[in-house]
Write a protein that binds this ligand. Structure first.
Ligand code: ATP
Ligand code: MG
Length: 389
């Protein structure tokens, strides 16, 4: 049983949200076997329909679907006390044998059920006390809470719900292009926006021969991890070396980082629009490095034609790192493959650049031709979630 998060508050859009969630659940579970997936009363019921359905993996995947706030493994039985009582005794046996105290909590969504919630709880409680004489009831701080839900399709028994991924379903928040490097930050930024329902189109700037094939593989590995939450994606790889060589030849070194960032914004805006994306996403965090001061961000932004979303802007590095561990990208991010920018990092980057000065430095370049060349050279790779095989 997957319980919906804040999407239950969405009023008229509720149908859209629920349909997107059901579609995402179908997509992730279909390869695991035959499951019945249905929605009622702000809960999605997922039931394996045959022996071959891989239920354990389905639970793991369900934990990564945005839009689900909590979920429980549950035992479904017929809506009668004759069915509920023996199931209550058996289903949570391991927990109840370990416990010293328990309580029963009943929710009766089906008001036609003949007993009221407190009566159901009392009967189930009495039955458990008889089956497990070592237990006593503690309604304030029980070791185990046995939950009984009487719903439209049946009665459900379960223990403690587990934390879901939260957020809102991917696909309900529009589409955005995320600028993805091999670093720690941008995969986290991607994950955060997917959590807010955004469908992702990743864009990566690669600079062969200065960067290796392995650096691109690293980006794909990162996206496979993010994809366990965000779903499948189409990575767009843009060749960036020519821009950098031109810059190296014609521009003052202290503006390199900023010039590269501004090219990324221009190219990404162009590609994003071709892909139907409404915004760009980056992994910048204010003050983290020289190119992420307020002035530098303003100069970077000025080159973008779309809104730039920066979900990490107010986060500390340690907070970003702990999220990346949770998502499972950290260990990949710290592998030592060079990024396109690190190859051309100036020794003394400007921390307070004036836009006019950067623009002047760029006048030595044929910006439009370089942008077009990069856009034309892009490659597309389909990325499946890492747990999809
Ligand atoms: P990250 O950990 O994401 O690499 P960072 O702290 O190293 O970020 P920068 O390298 O300055 O910071 O990059 C800032 C942002 O620019 C990144 O978060 C990412 O969104 C984008 N970016 C940087 N390099 C690339 C690249 N090679 N391809 C695509 N986007 C990039
Ligand atoms: Mg980086």
């Amino acid at each position: 049983m997957l319980k919906l998060g804040e999407m239950v508050l969405k009023g008229l859009n509720r149908n859209t949200f629920e349909n997107a969630l059901l579609k995402n659940i179908h997509r992730r579970l279909a390869p695991l076997g035959n499951f019945d997936v249905r929605m009622a009363q702000s809960t999605v019921y997922v039931s394996p329909l045959d022996e071959d359905a891989d239920f354990e993996t389905a639970v793991e995947r369900a934990a990564k679907i945005f839009g689900v706030i909590t979920f429980s493994r549950a035992c479904a039985v017929e809506k009668s006390m004759e069915a509920i009582l023996p199931a209550a005794v058996e289903y949570l046996r391991p927990q109840l044998e370990e416990a010293r105290t328990f309580k029963v909590e009943t929710k009766r969504a089906d008001k036609k059920f003949p007993l009221q919630s407190p009566e159901i709880s009392a009967e189930v409680g009495a039955c458990l006390l008889e089956a497990y004489p070592h237990l006593t009831v503690n309604v304030h701080q029980p070791d185990v809470t046995v939950r009984v839900e009487i719903r439209d399709f049946g009665a459900y028994l379960h223990g403690e719900p587990e934390q879901g991924a939260g957020g809102i379903p991917v696909g309900t928040g529009g589409k955005a292009a995320v600028l993805i490097s091999g670093g720690i930050d941008s995969p986290v930024a991607a994950w955060m926006m997917a959590k807010r329902g955004v469908e992702l189109t990743p864009i990566h700037f690669a600079s062969p021969p200065y960067t290796s094939e392995r650096a691109e593989e690293k980006v794909k590995d990162l996206l496979r991890r993010v994809g366990e939450y965000a779903g499948r994606m189409f990575l767009i790889t843009v060749p960036f070396a020519h821009v950098q060589e031109e810059m190296l030849r014609r521009c003052p070194e202290d503006y390199f980082t900023l010039i590269m960032r501004r090219f990324m914004m221009r190219i990404a805006s162009r590609v994003a629009e071709l892909e139907g994306c409404g915004a760009l996403i980056t992994g910048e965090s204010l003050g983290q490095v020289a190119s992420q001061t307020m002035k530098a961000i303003a100069a970077t932004d000025a080159a973008a034609d779309l809104p730039v979303l920066r979900p990490l802007i107010g986060m500390d590095k340690s907070e970003i790192v702990s999220l990346s561990r949770k998502i499972g990208t950290y260990d990949i991010s710290i592998q030592p493959y060079e990024d396109c920018c690190t190859v051309f990092t100036p020794k003394h980057p400007r921390t307070r650049p004036e836009l006019a000065d950067v623009e002047k430095a760029e006048q030595e370049l044929d910006v439009e031709a370089l942008v077009e060349e990069c856009v034309a050279g892009r490659k597309v790779t389909k990325i499946l979630p890492g747990d999809a095989e």
